[in-house]
Ligand binder design. Structure first.
Ligand SMILES: [Zn+2]
Length: 169
C-alpha cells in the first residue's frame, strides 16, 4: 500500500498536462528552424550548392503532413527536451527532397540543434534582463543624488535651516 500511495503522490508532477505546459518554452519551431511545411509553395529545405541557394524541389503532400504533425509535437516541448534531437532526426528526411537531398538530413539536424542552442541563450538573456528591470527600481538612489534632490525641492522652504545646519556659527 505504501508503494502505491507514494506513486500516486508523484503522479501529478510527472504527468499532468498543465505542468508540462508550464515547462514548455512556448516557441515556434516552424519560425525558429525556418521549416514551414504547411505554407503554400513549401519546397525542400536542402541546400543546392550548384545553384547557390535553397533547393526548389517539391515535397510530397503526405510527407508535409507528417512534418506538420511532428512540428506540432516539437512546439509543445521545452527547448531542453531530451527527445528533441530524435524528433529532429525524424523530421529532416520528411522535409528534404527524395531526388537530391536526403543526404543532408544529418547536417540539417545539426543546424537545427545550433538554432535551438542560440534560441535558448537568447531566452536566458531575455529572462535575466527582465529580472534586472523588475529589480532595478527597488535599489535606492545613491545617497548623494537623493540629498541633492531633497535640497533643491525643499530649498525655498528650509534654506535658512539648511544654512544653519551646514554652516553652524
Ligand atoms: Zn532538395
Amino acid at each position: 500500500m505504501a508503494t502505491s500511495r507514494s506513486a500516486h503522490r508523484q503522479l501529478p508532477y510527472l504527468s499532468s498536462p498543465s505542468s508540462s505546459r508550464l515547462m514548455a518554452d512556448n516557441w515556434d519551431p516552424r519560425k525558429a528552424l525556418d521549416v514551414t511545411p504547411d505554407a503554400a509553395g513549401f519546397t525542400c529545405v536542402g541546400f543546392a550548392p550548384s545553384k547557390g541557394r535553397r533547393c526548389h524541389n517539391p515535397i510530397a503532400a503526405h510527407n508535409r503532413d507528417a512534418a506538420c504533425a511532428l512540428l506540432d509535437i516539437i512546439a509543445e516541448l521545452s527547448l531542453a527536451a531530451e527527445n528533441l534531437n530524435s524528433l529532429f532526426a525524424r523530421l529532416a528526411p520528411l522535409v528534404l527532397c527524395r531526388r537530391n537531398h536526403q543526404g543532408q538530413a544529418t547536417s540539417m539536424v545539426s543546424e537545427w540543434q545550433r538554432k535551438v542552442v542560440a534560441l535558448k541563450r537568447r531566452n536566458e538573456r531575455a529572462s535575466v534582463s527582465t529580472i534586472r528591470t523588475e529589480v532595478a527600481p527597488l535599489y535606492p538612489a545613491p545617497t548623494e543624488a537623493r540629498s541633492v534632490t531633497y535640497r533643491s525641492s525643499l530649498s525655498q522652504a528650509v534654506s535658512p535651516f539648511l544654512r544653519r545646519v551646514e554652516a553652524p556659527q
